[in-house]
Design a binder for this molecule. Structure first.
Ligand code: SF4
Ligand code: SF4
Length: 454
């Protein structure tokens, strides 16, 4: 039975290892700590997490699992991810760990929730819905009171809820009450995931956020030098991003925050050489995780238009810079047999837009027939699910194999395709000290004078 008490009963006094060191796993750690459960380690197949500590718990690659089991024969493994569970269970079997006592977190929880507290972004990346100029999507913020009502409803309707993500299409750090929003969730023992482009002049908002120690903060970026970054993160300033990364390190240390900072680097042809090396170096220096993802085209409506032979002009502009174009990505993802005819987004995930509408899933953007509830506060989970199952766009999406494309399934094949493309990395050594200081609104000469006085 799905419930908090049945999970607690199944674990008993045994130590656990959690497969999945990102949001679902981090939420489970919060739950474990408040229930006196000993967490020995995280397991994650993502190389970028190897050797990291998340919430003070070490992360190991799957190969270490057998050794941990020798030292702790009574451990229980809990697979805690929102999608790709099947893939993990196959890896476990391939590792010869069929007999390892294991649980799947989603067997005990109902749904994974995302609340898009901000309906807009300060940037206009070509690969993103925000580059569409004319659309019918409200650009407002979720009111704080509405947010609290949404959370209260989620808690009342859930058997087990350990984390909530605060981003889908929006930039959550633009919300003036984002610190209170994080606090509201933490007061209810719910872990918080944020994502930001970090290309924002924060004043004191970043410090207010870090004071609340959000559990996970993804930073999306696409270059180290302006020439590469500006091609894709349109309207952003990578020097401002870099200065904010330094500030973030300082604030994390100052407030002893346990936030996992995951710099998510979108790979393009113009940034996969020296730009990537330099950003990797910077993240190493600052103690942040650097994970990579092949840039793909969003939202789903745009990909469908491409599949129907009517790509919009942003897609055409972007295509030449993609390491894996839409058709190649779809073909690569389809080769993953586990993803055929399956959608990991529809059944166990609920997104709530800033205007309280509920889309069929996080990949769609428009407010039309993709919306399955006009007001989350007035819709039951059963109604939402029923409407999802009737949505027309899912049929098209499935027929083109797009759920797997959106997940970037079969990463090894995407890497293989990308390796056949010539890198056109741009912007080497063009960032100057002046550039960084300008983004901080500090003139180089005033810096020098202060240093001299000191
Ligand atoms: S920073 Fe993120 S949310 Fe904003 S436009 Fe770019 S991809 Fe979209
Ligand atoms: S089938 Fe496509 S549109 Fe429907 S929920 Fe899945 S990803 Fe979203």
């Amino acid at each position: 039975m799905k419930s908090h008490s049945s999970l607690k009963r199944r674990i008993g006094k045994r130590p656990i290892v959690i497969w999945g060191a990102r949001m679902t796993g981090i939420g489970l750690v919060r739950y474990a700590k408040s229930n006196g459960i000993d967490v020995l380690a995280f397991i994650d197949s993502d190389d970028s997490l190897k050797g990291q500590q998340v919430n003070g718990i070490p992360v190991y690659l799957p190969e270490m699992l057998a050794k941990i089991q020798v030292d702790h024969p009574n451990l229980i493994l809990i697979v805690a991810v929102s999608i790709k569970e099947t893939e993990i269970l196959l890896v476990l079997n391939a590792l010869g760990l069929r007999n390892l006592d294991r649980l799947v977190y989603s067997d005990f929880s109902d749904l994974f929730y995302t609340i898009d507290v901000v309906g807009t972004c300060n940037l206009r990346c070509l690969s993103c819905a925000h580059s569409i100029e004319k659309h019918n999507v409200p650009r407002g913020l979720m009111k704080y009171q509405d947010f609290t009502r949404v959370v209260d409803k989620i808690i009342a309707e859930s058997n087990l809820i350990t984390h909530i993500s605060l981003y889908s299409w929006g930039e959550p750090l633009l919300h003036p009450k984002i610190d209170s929003i994080i606090r509201y969730l933490h007061d209810r023992n719910i872990a918080v995931a944020l994502s930001s482009n970090l290309s924002i002049r924060f004043e004191n908002r970043l410090e207010k956020v870090i004071e609340q120690s959000p559990d996970y903060l993804k930073i999306s970026t696409s270059g180290y030098y302006p020439e590469a970054y500006n091609n894709t993160h349109a309207g952003g300033d990578v020097n401002l991003v870099k200065s904010n990364l330094y500030k973030l390190r300082y604030l994390l240390d100052k407030h002893k925050a346990g936030t996992l900072v995951d710099v998510n680097y979108h790979l393009y042809r113009d940034n996969n050489g020296i730009n990537l090396e330099k950003m990797t170096e910077l993240c190493r220096e600052l103690g942040f995780v650097l994970s990579t993802v092949h840039a793909l085209v969003m939202p789903l409506e745009r990909v469908i238009r491409h599949c129907e032979g009517q790509p919009d002009f942003q897609t055409k502009l972007l295509t030449d810079n993609l390491l894996v174009d839409i058709d190649e990505g779809i073909a690569a993802s389809k080769m993953d047999r586990n993803s055929i005819g399956v959608c990991g987004y529809r059944d166990n995930q609920v997104n709530i837009n800033s205007d309280l509408t509920v889309p069929v899933c996080c990949t769609v953007f428009n407010r039309d027939s993709n919306v399955v509830a006009n007001n989350f506060l007035k819709a039951s989970p059963a109604d939402i699910q029923k409407r999802k199952n009737l949505t027309e766009i899912c049929k098209k999406c499935m027929s083109y194999g797009l759920p797997a494309y959106n997940m970037g399934s079969n990463r090894a094949k995407w890497d293989e395709i990308a390796a056949t493309k010539e890198s056109r990395d741009v912007g080497q050594a063009t960032t100057t000290l002046d550039g960084v200081l300008n983004s901080l609104s500090i003139s180089p000469s005033s810096q020098i004078k202060r240093k001299d006085i000191a």
